[in-house]
Design a protein around this ligand. Sequence first.
Ligand code: ZN
Length: 267
Amino acid sequence: MISEGELYLAAKSISNQNIMRTVSQTDIAPSIARSLGIRLPNPDGRPIYEIERWRCKRAILIIVDSLGYELYRSFLQHLKHMREIVATGFLFRALHASDHTSPAIASILSGLTPEHHGIYDTESAKRSPILSLPEIASSSGLRSAVIMEKGGAEVYDGLIEYIGAVPRTLPPEEFDQHICRLTVEALSTDPDLVVSYFIGLDKAAHNGLNLDGFVKAAVSIDAHIGEIFRRAGTGTVIVIVGDHPVHAGHMKNDDDRNVALIIGRKT
Ligand SMILES: [Zn+2]
């Protein structure tokens, strides 16, 4: 049973969401690079000025597959932890670089448009000479961790300090549990940069789940994000972003050209 006081607080925190302008997914890597004090060579995006002065000991970047802006807004009441993180920083609309997962993630991680990074799937990512944020951080003397599906994680073999590879064949809920568990494990190795990827919402879309199924997937990812934020340590900047708006199933909304971009911090 939810008390009136709790309902009031939930409504207050929804209305207090610090909603900002529209930025681009290619702005994310330059922004994180600046917070960590490293240099990204010739990105297409530019650092987001609202967080320009944020310096951090650690950055956590969480990519949530299919976290469209409108989807985030309509599920807001269920996303307690993400709301709490927005309250420590900002919520932006971010123009997505591609409708497909691999090129969008490559843009998030490199700060380059798909035309400039030329990555369209996991194979082209493995062959690509383009350096992305985790590799640049590691070659600058920082410690990086990447936790994502096996094919994507293998791109970083031998290049960074911690790799968490989760098989795509797992049921979505289990996949996301593994991602959360490995992210927490990675955090215990004191990394400077952590990149994690959750799949549940996208699977809900592709598997044609009803609204309840979507909400369940969103609530479960939100809980994982809450757990990660709780263990993040002070001086952490946390960035949560969708790769593209929902592109399948009944929640697909062709008017939604943006993804949710949450940037918060633990001080
Ligand atoms: Zn995707």
